[in-house]
Ligand binder design. Structure first.
Ligand code: HEM
Length: 182
């Protein structure tokens, strides 16, 4: 089975995420440095309204806003190699460890996408340029989500190996065989 790092590289190819996207994202950096805080603020308002997510962020919203702002800044560095992957995988693991259901991460990305679209269209005058930049950002946000999902998948496989005492390779083989039988 491919490693998460190999899957990440494969997915970049699958999404056709390349140098053009990296360059466009870098161009958007200063806009998000200036206007991104509103996305972060709204993000934590949304999390604060839902009981299951609210209890996880209670008493630490300011600290979380700072990490979220750093996460956002990293979207626009133009470098999406191994270091970027490792950082995103670690962030995924943080959510796994805190006991957050993965569907909340998926669902809250909608708010980030919508707010990002608004910010780009308000600040990039050329319509074609704005659309191209937003398209590149959508690809990267999807990649981020895929990596977070990989972290959840890794944790489940690790848990199964611990609980059953079976080797990881054996478990992966069983999963493959089960999929073939469907
Ligand atoms: C697109 C979605 C999300 C992004 C990009 C995101 C981003 C981040 C980042 C960058 C960190 C800091 C990780 C670190 O460096 O230690 C973090 C931590 C955290 N996030 Fe999220 N997050 C997302 C969704 C959520 C949701 C839906 C919740 C629900 C409550 C949540 C709750 C937390 C908590 C509680 C921590 C701190 C965990 C700990 O240190 O114990 N996040 N998040």
């Amino acid at each position: 089975m491919s490693t998460p790092a190999e899957i990440y590289e494969e997915l970049k190819g699958f999404l056709d995420f390349g140098e053009g996207d990296a360059a466009r994202l870098k161009t958007l950096g200063p806009i998000f440095a200036q206007h991104g805080a509103s996305i972060t603020d709204d993000f934590y308002v949304v999390l604060g309204k839902n009981p299951e997510t609210a209890k996880l962020i209670e008493g630490r919203v300011d600290a979380l806003k700072a990490t979220h702002a750093r996460w956002m800044g990293e979207l626009f560095t133009g470098d999406y190699g191994e270091g970027y992957f490792a950082g995103r995988m670690r962030i995924g693991m943080v959510h796994v460890k805190v006991g957050l259901s993965p569907y909340y991460v998926e669902a809250t990305m909608t708010h980030i996408r919508n707010a990002a679209e608004r910010i780009i269209h308000q600040n990039v005058a050329d319509r074609a340029e704005a659309t191209a930049g937003f398209t590149s950002l959508l690809k990267l946000l999807d990649l981020d989500l895929m990596v977070i999902n990989l972290a959840y998948q890794e944790e489940r496989l690790d848990l199964l190996t611990k609980v059953t005492g079976m080797k990881r390779g054996l478990l992966e083989n069983l999963i493959r065989q089960g999929q073939k039988k469907k």
